[in-house]
Unconditional design. Structure first.
Ligand SMILES: NC(=O)c1ccc[n+]([C@@H]2O[C@H](COP(=O)([O-])OP(=O)(O)OC[C@H]3O[C@@H](n4cnc5c(N)ncnc54)[C@H](OP(=O)(O)O)[C@@H]3O)[C@@H](O)[C@H]2O)c1
Length: 295
């Protein structure tokens, strides 16, 4: 049985909040968290490695200061990537580790960083070529039984890898790169499998990491932005809201993980929940992205 944990439809991605981006102070982390909660974005996406293993703790400093916040939010974090970092001197090369020992140690560390006694969801960050699903299932089961993790999932897993792990332990989430610039999940079976197995697809880089707006010389980007601007007038919403709405229309129940560090953009994004573009408009954007009519 899949866990009954639910997530806000938009998720706040914290990758760029700390040392890998805006370098927010504790007060700024606090303001951003509050802005997200006020906007209805109550789920926060983390990974042990963000900010070179520092962002969980920087976020946790807010939770430790104001303990009432924990109950208002859901925390997702990830493990399984071992980065070379001054903060992990034992790592000689970048590698993946989904051994039970590593998963459990990583969760204990995350719990301490956040100052909480449970995580709402734990994801395996990348498919580990040496993944032993029976061993992963034992670790997940132990974490579930102890109440330290409520739900489990994966990230960047292909269909066969999801199938393999899901056959021994029920997965709740597959977090994948998915946007108007990253169309593979729509056609390679990833989103189909999510629907079939009741797994929530979370879309990371839902706006292509911002490249769409920055790389204006790129022909494909120009085509997409041109259509998004036309639709923007039609639906009275900003082009980024249009592109988020495009993801929401897919029946697999995509949960976009917003990467912005700007509270105004978090608030604006919510407008995407208030309308549905037509099928023709959806395909207009698809055509702009692929550069050709569907067959
Ligand atoms: N599972 C994985 O392997 C994985 C990998 C990567 C990321 N993630 C997760 O996904 C989250 C989102 O990823 P992402 O940051 O690539 O997402 P994104 O939302 O596609 O991109 C965010 C970037 O786009 C910029 N942006 C957003 N709207 C814009 C606009 N209207 N005009 C100009 N720039 C705009 C933002 O700048 P501002 O900050 O100035 O708004 C920010 O730099 C991460 O925080 C992380 O939690 C997961």
């Amino acid at each position: 049985m899949n866990s009954s944990v639910t997530f806000s439809r938009f998720i706040a991605g914290t990758m760029k909040w700390g040392a890998w981006g805006s370098n927010f102070s504790t007060d700024q982390f606090g303001r951003m968290i509050k802005e997200c909660i006020d906007a209805g974005v109550t789920t926060f996406d983390h990974a042990d490695i963000y900010g070179d293993y520092t962002t969980e703790e920087a976020f946790g400093a807010v939770l430790k200061k104001d303990v009432a916040i924990r109950k208002q939010i859901k925390i997702i974090t990830k493990c399984g990537i071992q980065k070379v970092s001054v903060n992990r001197p034992v790592h000689k090369i970048k590698s993946y580790n989904t051994s039970a020992k590593h998963i459990i140690a990583s969760v204990e560390n995350s719990l301490e960083n956040f100052g909480t006694d449970y995580l709402d969801c734990l994801l395996l960050h990348r498919p580990d070529l040496l993944m032993d699903v029976q061993e992963v299932a034992v670790a997940f089961d132990q974490l579930k039984q102890s109440g330290k993790v409520l739900a489990f999932g994966v990230s960047n897993f292909k269909q066969s890898q999801v199938d393999l792990l899901h056959s021994v332990f029920p997965l709740k989430v597959n977090q994948i790169q998915c946007s108007i610039l990253q169309l593979e999940p729509f056609v390679d079976g990833t989103l189909d499998l999510c629907q079939q197995q009741g797994i929530i697809p979370m879309a990371w880089s839902p706006l292509g990491g911002g490249n769409l707006f920055l790389e204006t010389e790129d022909e494909r980007n120009r085509r997409i932005i041109a259509v998004a601007r036309i639709l923007s007038e039609q639906y009275n919403s900003a082009p980024d809201v249009i592109l988020l709405n495009w993801l929401l229309l897919h029946p697999s129940n995509i949960h976009p993980v917003l990467g912005t560090t700007n509270p105004e953009r978090i608030r604006l994004a919510q407008k995407a929940l208030n309308f549905k573009m037509t099928r023709e408009d959806w395909y207009l954007l698809w055509r702009a992205s692929t550069g050709r009519e569907v067959a």
